[in-house]
Design a protein around this ligand. Structure first.
Ligand SMILES: Nc1ncnc2c1ncn2[C@@H]1O[C@H](COP(=O)(O)OP(=O)(O)OP(=O)(O)O)[C@@H](O)[C@H]1O
Ligand SMILES: [Mg+2]
Length: 278
């Protein structure tokens, strides 16, 4: 993997196997949570297919300044923000293909004038395809967060993401469960997918975000939860996850091999629980 990007201490990717599990919401609110702890933070929305950071941050009509070859990030709520959406437009069908996407993403990290950052959060497109794989190899990630919902289908797909990062030696900093308590016709979902995923993968479980109107409203209205409803249960949950994330980053610095190690051997399949398919 390439060397650190000058000026950026840690780059953390937020990923999920399935789309719509709340990756962008989590990226923004964790970024703000880190910022509220006193860190300098940037967020890069590299979801070329459906960039949503501009609308979640209330920045739909904004365009970044270009200085020579350099893109200047936008700033809001003390975050530095760059999104594919500022460049391609939210409704422009994305025609970029694999290698072009990777190049684009790489430029996003290296060609944006981020200045000094403690953390850069990368909001990845959903899935575990080529774009995510090559990104994990080309951008010097400190580690990845994997987002899942409590349901077992989301967990199975998230597991593919965990394996992908494992293959390219990107540490899993933690698993975040979103939309917890989502009601099914029988009542609240009985599954606790985040914990289960942590259990079978050996990756740390950082916490759950409840399914909560405050999250949905702040997303719809373009004013992030951590700003609009800082006292809500969901904001409290985000603060817990930020603390867990910081602990993992510190652990990783102290003992790089300790994180993200699967309990089963991915090559031989030894130790794999029977109920989990590839
Ligand atoms: N915990 C939550 N409670 C209520 N609504 C939520 C929660 N998390 C996310 N949402 C809502 O779900 C929708 C999808 O969230 P978001 O865009 O963050 O998902 P995503 O995983 O980034 O999606 P995509 O795969 O399209 O990138 C948004 O409208 C968001 O406000
Ligand atoms: Mg998204």
């Amino acid at each position: 993997m390439s060397d650190k990007v000058p000026g950026i201490q840690h780059i953390i990717a937020t990923s999920s196997g399935k789309g719509g599990v709340g990756k962008s919401t989590i990226s923004i609110n964790l970024a703000l949570g880190l910022m509220q702890k006193g860190f300098k933070v940037g967020i890069a929305d590299v979801d070329i297919y459906g960039p949503s950071i501009p609308s979640l941050m209330g920045l739909e009509d904004e365009h970044p300044q270009v200085l020579g070859q350099t893109l200047m990030p936008l700033q809001k709520h003390d975050l530095k923000i760059m999104s594919m959406g500022f460049l391609v437009g939210q409704d422009t069908p994305a025609i970029l293909r694999g290698p072009m996407i990777t190049k684009f993403i790489h430029q996003f990290v290296t060609g944006v004038k981020w200045g000094e950052l403690d953390y850069l959060i990368l909001d990845l497109p959903p899935g575990t395809g080529d774009a995510q794989l090559s990104l994990s190899q080309q951008v010097p990630l400190t580690g990845a967060l994997v987002v899942t919902t409590p349901q077992s289908i989301s967990v199975k797909v998230a597991l593919r993401g965990l394996k992908m990062f494992e293959k390219v030696n990107v540490p899993i900093l933690g698993i975040v469960e979103n939309m917890q308590g989502w009601a099914t016709p029988e009542g609240p979902s009985p599954f606790h997918g985040g914990k289960k995923l942590a259990e079978i993968s050996g990756a740390p479980f950082l916490g759950s975000i409840p399914m909560d109107q405050t999250v949905a409203i702040s997303g719809d209205e373009g004013e992030p939860l951590m700003i609009r409803y800082p006292e809500s249960d969901a904001a409290q949950a985000f603060r817990g996850i930020v603390s867990g994330l910081l602990d993992q980053v510190n652990h990783l610095a102290a003992a790089p091999a300790a994180l993200g190690s699967f309990k089963w051997d991915l090559k031989t399949g030894e130790g794999k629980p029977k109920s989990w398919e590839d």
